[in-house]
Design a protein around this ligand. Structure first.
Ligand SMILES: *Cc1c(COP(=O)(O)O)cnc(C)c1O
Length: 402
């Protein structure tokens, strides 16, 4: 198929925010009621927390300024000492080790395999030396949560799920973000629900959420606006005046943008998964492109696609591929090859101490490609992207052979 006269699909524009948000935003602007704790009850942020907890099937939710803030508060709320060791996958976004450094703790990096998921052997080997773990389901790829939970439960190590990019993913039918002690989600614009910025944590643990609520900035008795539950009230009473206030709250305008998107989640998940699987099947017809399978327990909710370049024996060939795709209008990010990439662990030089070498993760990052694939794309867009990637791989290999 000729690509010459068809414009490349725009993969950057977001979906419009549902119209229902506008009336609520107007109401908030007219009243100036933007702070979550001004109204005596039912502020938009409080309603969002109830709706999100219902959606996830958890007892509690706490909305905050970002997923990074939710991760930081989760670490603080676990009550770990300064210097505690926190294991994370070595393939994640720089904000994750940053949240650990922010909490005065030490990130410990775990190897990640060619399928972008935690290397369970390396995870088990490092587990005895750490105090907690954050499982980043990077780009929505779910690590083996059966193996992770079995190992962590046996060792008495709490699990924080970084589900920033995994809203709508399930593992053996359970919602990702509800398997560990606490799960954290992002509403930053590149995630499934777009508020520009924002995050939320979910848990069934009253003591943990009470600590997080206070530290998020529920000063004095504002915690009373987080529900009437007896477990919560006794936890709040226990922690009153004993915790620092970091002021990482969400404001009402963000909740007004998020709430009307929650009913859209199921459709976005369905369309995103169909789009991803369609392009994955097409890419896998190329001898040079490999989309790793989902784990059998996993039902994904992708809004992008990751694949590995197979049999590319030099970085120059990889660059030729990326240039050939760009010439066709499709931008490919190779995680390990772009300068200063925030997902390449060797760029996390803010971590105290020497950065370990992680040869498996490094090898993966040098061949793993990332292409945006928003749920709103239609079949001709998907064909355009798949054709461009397949042709670019052929061109790169043909030039290498010449
Ligand atoms: C986006 C993302 C984050 C950070 O979320 P923010 O809301 O921007 O702080 C953390 N982890 C993963 C896996 C992400 O995709």
């Amino acid at each position: 198929m000729s690509l010459d006269h068809v414009p490349a699909p725009n993969v950057y524009d977001a979906e419009p925010i549902p119209a229902a948000a506008r009336a609520e935003i107007d109401r908030l602007l007219l009243s100036g009621d933007l702070f979550r704790y001004t109204a005596p009850a039912d502020a938009p942020v409080a309603l969002l927390e109830r709706e999100f907890a219902d959606l996830m099937g958890t007892r509690y939710a706490l909305a905050v300024s970002s997923c990074s803030a939710a991760l930081f508060l989760s670490l603080e709320a676990l009550g770990l000492p300064k210097g505690a060791k926190v294991m994370i996958p070595a393939f994640t976004f720089a904000a994750v080790p940053s949240s650990i450094v922010h909490a005065g703790m030490q990130p410990v990096l775990c190897e990640v395999g060619e399928n972008y998921r935690i290397d369970v052997d390396d995870f088990r080997a490092k587990l005895p030396d750490v105090d907690t773990v954050i499982i980043s389901h990077m780009r929505g790829h779910t690590s083996d949560m059966d193996a992770v939970m079995a190992a962590c439960d046996a060792a008495g190590v709490p699990v924080i799920e970084d589900a920033a990019h995994s809203l709508g993913t399930t593992w053996s039918g359970r919602k990702i973000g509800t398997i560990g002690r606490v799960g954290c989600f992002s509403f930053q614009s590149y995630k499934l629900v777009n508020a520009g910025e924002g995050g939320i944590m979910v848990t069934d643990d009253a003591d943990l959420v009470a600590r997080a609520v206070i530290m998020s900035g529920a000063y004095e008795h504002n915690w009373k606006k987080h529900g009437e539950d007896a477990d919560l009230t006794s936890a709040f009473t226990r922690w009153q005046n004993k915790l620092p206030l970091y002021n990482l709250r969400m404001q009402n305008l963000s909740a007004a943008v998020i709430r009307p998107q929650l009913p859209e989640v199921a459709r976005r998940v369905r369309d995103g998964r169909a789009n991803h699987d369609y392009v994955a099947d097409r890419l896998n017809t190329s001898p040079w492109l490999r989309v790793p399978d989902a784990l059998p327990q996993e039902d994904r909710a992708p809004d992008s696609i990751q694949f590995n370049l197979h049999d590319f024996d030099s970085d120059a060939q990889v660059r030729t591929f990326a240039e050939a795709a760009a010439a066709r209008g499709v931008k490919v990010q190779v995680f390990g090859l772009s300068t200063d990439n925030a997902r390449a662990f060797w760029n996390w030089q803010f971590i105290p101490g020497d950065l370990p070498d992680l040869p498996r993760t490094r090898a993966m990052l040098m061949r793993a490609c990332d292409v945006r694939l928003p749920a709103r794309l239609q079949t001709p867009d998907l064909d355009y992207i798949a054709d461009a990637l397949i042709a670019a791989a052929h061109e790169a290999k043909a030039r290498a052979a010449a």
